[in-house]
Design a protein around this ligand. Structure first.
Ligand SMILES: *Cc1c(COP(=O)(O)O)cnc(C)c1O
Length: 376
C-alpha cells in the first residue's frame, strides 16, 4: 500500500521540534498572528531572497489580496493559464476582474508564453503565471512583455517553493508572488496558510491592512478588509519546517530521478525539466493516453494516485465563461485527459517507489504498447 500523501511519517521525523513549537504558542496564547508568525515572515523572506512576506490564512487569500493591492478590479482582465488549481481563477473573480486564458505548452504544462502577447487587450491589467507542479514558467519573455505593456506580474507560486528559473527562485520575479502552505504543498502547515511576498513596501502596507479588517489600530477601519490572518500555531510550525525544506526538495528531486529511471520504456511519459528550470516536484505528473485505466489499476494494486487536474478551468461547470468553449484551449484539454500524479513526498521510501513503478510496469496494455514502440 503506497498512499498518495503521508503527513504522519514526516511529523514523526520532526516531532520534538514541532511539539516544542506548539508548546511555545500555548505558553504565550498568541493564537492569531503574533511573534511566531512575524518571525516566520522574516525567515521566509530570507529564504526566498525578498524583502517582505505577509502571512495570511491560505494561498487563495494571498492571491486575493495580491490582486487587490495591485489595484486589479471590475472591468480588468488578468491573463493566466486554464491548467491550474481553481483558486488561481477564483481569486481573479473575487476582485471582480475576468481571467483571459493562454494555452499551455505540452512539455512542462506551463503557460505558453509565445502566445501571451496575442492575449493582451486594452482591459488587461495583470499577468498571473502559475509555476504549476513546481516547474517554473519561462519568465524572461513574460517579464519583457509585462514591462513593455505596463502590466503587473503576480506569480502563483503555490506549488513552487524552491523551484528555480535560471537560478532565480520562483516567487522573486514578479511584483508580487503568492505561496500556499496547504499541508500537501512543498512547505505545508498543519492547517491552512499562505503568504504574499514582494519587494514593494506600499503593497506590504495594503496587504497587512487588508488581512486584518483594514485596521492599523483596532476598530478604526481604514480599508474594507477581511479576516485573513494566519494562526500563531501555523507560524510556529512553518518555522520548524522551513529549516528542513531544502533537504526535502532535494529528496523530491532524487525521487523524481528514480521514477524516471524505473519508468523508462514503459510508454508513460515522465515530467521534463526544461533547460532553464530546477523542478521542485510538488506534483510528479506522468502522462499516458490510457490514464483512466492506469489510475484504476494502480488503485486496485494499492498505489494511490491523483489527477491534477481532470478538467481545465474554462470547462469547469462553476467557472464557465462564454468566451471559452471546448476546443479553444486544446493543449490544456488534451493534457487534462492524460496526466496522472504519482506519490512524490520526501518520506517515500525506495521500496515504495519501486512498488509504484512496478505496478505501472505490470500494467499489460502499457507493456504491450512500449514493446511495439521499441521493437522488442
Ligand atoms: C494550492 C493552490 C492554491 C491555493 O492555495 P490554498 O492554500 O489551498 O488556498 C492556489 N494556486 C495553486 C496553483 C495551488 O496549487
Amino acid at each position: 500500500m503506497v498512499p498518495f500523501l503521508d503527513l504522519d511519517t514526516q511529523y514523526r521525523s520532526i516531532k520534538d521540534e514541532i511539539d516544542a513549537a506548539v508548546a511555545r504558542v500555548l505558553d504565550t496564547s498568541q493564537f492569531i498572528l503574533g511573534r511566531e508568525v512575524a518571525a516566520f515572515e522574516d525567515e521566509f523572506s530570507a529564504w526566498c531572497g525578498v524583502e517582505h512576506t505577509v502571512c495570511v490564512n491560505s494561498g487563495t487569500s494571498a492571491l486575493h489580496l495580491a490582486l487587490l493591492a495591485a489595484g486589479v478590479g471590475p472591468g480588468d482582465e488578468v491573463i493566466t493559464t486554464p491548467f491550474t488549481f481553481v483558486a488561481t481563477v477564483a481569486a481573479i473573480h473575487y476582485v471582480g476582474a475576468r481571467p483571459a486564458y493562454v494555452d499551455i505548452e505540452p512539455r512542462a504544462f506551463q503557460m505558453d508564453v509565445t502566445r501571451l502577447e496575442r492575449a493582451i487587450t486594452p482591459a488587461t491589467k495583470a499577468i498571473m503565471p502559475v509555476h504549476l507542479f513546481g516547474h517554473p514558467v519561462d519568465m524572461d519573455p513574460l517579464l519583457e512583455i509585462a514591462a513593455r505593456r505596463n502590466l503587473v506580474v503576480i506569480e502563483d507560486a503555490a506549488q513552487a517553493h524552491g523551484a528555480l528559473y535560471k537560478g532565480r527562485k520562483a516567487g522573486t520575479m514578479g511584483e508580487l508572488a503568492c505561496f500556499s502552505f496547504y499541508p500537501g504543498k512543498n512547505l505545508g502547515a498543519y492547517g491552512e496558510g499562505g503568504c504574499v511576498v514582494t519587494n514593494n513596501a506600499e503593497y506590504v502596507r495594503t496587504i497587512r491592512l487588508l488581512r486584518d479588517w483594514g485596521c492599523e489600530q483596532r476598530y478604526y477601519h481604514k480599508l474594507r478588509g477581511f479576516n485573513y490572518r494566519m494562526e500563531g500555531f501555523q507560524g510556529a510550525i512553518l518555522r520548524v519546517k522551513l529549516r528542513h525544506l531544502d533537504r526535502w526538495i532535494e529528496t523530491r528531486r532524487s525521487h523524481a530521478e528514480a521514477y524516471r529511471q524505473l519508468l523508462r520504456d514503459t510508454g508513460v511519459t515522465t515530467p521534463v525539466e526544461l533547460p532553464f528550470a530546477r523542478h521542485a516536484y510538488n506534483v510528479f505528473a506522468v502522462r499516458t493516453p490510457q490514464r483512466d485505466a492506469v489510475h484504476a489499476t494502480l488503485g486496485e494494486a494499492g498505489v494511490q494516485t491523483s489527477i491534477h487536474y481532470p478538467i481545465p478551468i474554462h470547462l469547469q461547470e462553476a467557472w464557465r465563461d462564454e468566451r471559452y468553449g471546448e476546443g479553444d484551449l486544446p493543449v490544456a484539454e488534451q493534457v487534462s485527459r492524460e496526466v496522472l500524479s504519482l506519490p512524490i513526498y520526501p518520506e517515500l521510501s525506495p521500496k515504495q517507489i519501486g512498488e509504484v513503478a512496478g505496478a505501472i510496469r505490470r500494467w499489460p496494455a502499457l507493456a504491450t504498447s512500449a514493446r511495439s514502440r521499441t521493437g522488442n
